[in-house]
Write a protein that binds this ligand. Structure first.
Ligand code: C2E
Ligand code: CA
Ligand code: CA
Length: 394
């Protein structure tokens, strides 16, 4: 097995020194320490399964909960161990959050760290890497750069009206199709593209390929809105709005039926160029949507800074909300907030009838989730919409 690369993040230098020497004493030589969460996050290779982060929860500048949330949203594939003196309730919250994001959260170590517990954690890390799900990444940067044009394909997931069940739009979700037909989810290539300045090319590719399908559906009499995920990195290109308008005009589709989704947590990044670009997109009538809502601490000010017209509530607060009072509370207050800001709401991750009913009871507008359909090939959309509408007698 490749050697593990360990990062320790704690605001206490003494804890850092002691923990580092303990880890080195069990034969791991690649150990770095940080007191700044920002620096620790920048140093992690998000798409490398051999990365290990030991993270304190209680830190002044950015707390551990936020660090874990950011890693969850960035699809970090490494292992995480929480370092804590916190009570078990806080720890449970962190573990729940890790699960919601499918992070490899191995467990918690109570400070001061004991040798036997540390060794046990590293055993767990090694066996989690050995499990097939965490095999080495199937793609490397070279393959990503060389094969992108051919291998990237948009899949589309429908969004339906909660009340009428009518199909209102689709979201484009990127897939990597290997030569042997194996299909890779975005977590295998989006972080890699973001880390290696390949994300602009990927964004443009998905947009161009999605627009072509969109036009075909339109010609077949299926009028849908199209949502595309835009990495915050790609909004730092000042010419993006003009190029998008040109492309939309060439394809002959109306700008106000295109929705660009931007993930909530990334709004925290440098907004100077991005808010200029977003405002100009809005002036051109492109719709803007705030994605994964509820997973970061957005304040009103930030929400008002960009003219969003849609809010997508993260599936962590939708699926199972009927039985989970804290998810339900976040779901309800998000819908209320959107109403007040005159934004449309989309509930993601509706997996069953119960989820649908729960969302419908809250006056949410649109539903997206496995209960309606998994993402599908662009070639299948027209046929799917027709059979859905037939089944619902629309
Ligand atoms: P997202 O934008 O939040 O997309 C929704 C994700 O939830 C999709 O995962 C979708 O397949 C999944 N999903 C939909 N319904 C359900 C459900 O009922 N239950 C569950 N458990 N999951 C559901 P996917 O396709 O793996 O995409 C993951 C993330 O990758 C996306 O999250 C988005 O942030 C990112 N991504 C996808 N395509 C692109 C792209 O073209 N560009 C960029 N920058 N990011 C993309
Ligand atoms: Ca999205
Ligand atoms: Ca989302």
């Amino acid at each position: 097995m490749k050697n593990l690369a360990v990062t320790i993040l704690d605001d206490d230098d003494f804890i850092l020194d002691v923990t580092q020497s303990m880890i080195e004493s069990i034969g791991i030589t690649d150990v770095v320490t940080y007191t700044s969460a920002q620096q620790a996050l920048q140093s992690l290779k998000l798409s490398d399964v051999h990365q290990v982060l030991l993270c304190d929860l209680n830190m002044p500048e950015m707390d551990g909960v936020e660090v874990i949330r950011i890693l969850g949203q960035s699809n970090f594939v490494g292992a995480i161990i929480v370092l804590s003196g916190e009570d078990s309730r806080t720890l449970q919250t962190v573990v729940n959050m890790g699960r919601a994001y499918h992070l490899r959260l191995i467990g918690a170590l109570v400070k001061p760290v004991k040798m036997a517990e540390l060794q046990h954690m590293f055993k767990l890390i090694k066996s989690s890497i050995a499990q097939s799900k965490y095999v080495d990444m199937p793609l490397n940067v070279r393959e990503l750069a060389a094969g992108m044009e051919a291998a990237i394909k948009p899949y589309f997931q429908p969004q339906v009206d909660v009340v009428s069940s009518k199909v209102m739009g689709v979201e484009a979700l990127a897939r990597w199709v290997q030569p042997d037909g194996q299909i890779l989810a975005p977590s295998f290539f989006i972080p890699l593209a973001e880390e290696n300045q390949l994300i602009d090319r990927l964004t443009d590719l998905i947009l161009t390929k999605s627009l072509l399908y969109w036009r075909q559906w339109y010609e077949a009499g299926i009028d849908l809105s199209l949502s595309v995920n835009i990495s915050m990195h790609s909004l730092n290109r000042i010419d993006f709005p003009d190029r998008l308008v040109e492309e939309m005009q060439a394809i002959g589709m109306p700008l106000d039926r295109l929705i660009l989704e931007i993930t909530e947590s990334h709004l925290a990044e440098d907004m100077r160029i991005a808010s200029d670009v977003l405002t100009r997109l809005c002036l051109k009538r492109v719709q803007l949507s705030i994605d994964d809502f509820g997973t970061a601490y957005s304040n009103m000010e930030k929400l008002m800074m960009v003219p969003f017209s849609e809010l997508k509530i993260d599936r962590a607060f939708v699926h199972g909300a009927a039985e989970n009072p804290s998810s339900y509370a976040i779901l309800k207050s998000s819908v209320d907030l959107a109403r007040r800001l005159k934004m449309k709401t989309v509930a993601e991750g509706v997996e069953n009838q119960e989820d649908w009913q729960c969302v419908a009871g809250l006056d949410c507008d649109l539903i997206q989730g496995y209960f309606v359909s998994r993402p599908m090939l662009g070639e299948r959309v027209v046929e799917w919409v027709k059979s859905w509408e037939k089944a619902k007698c629309l």
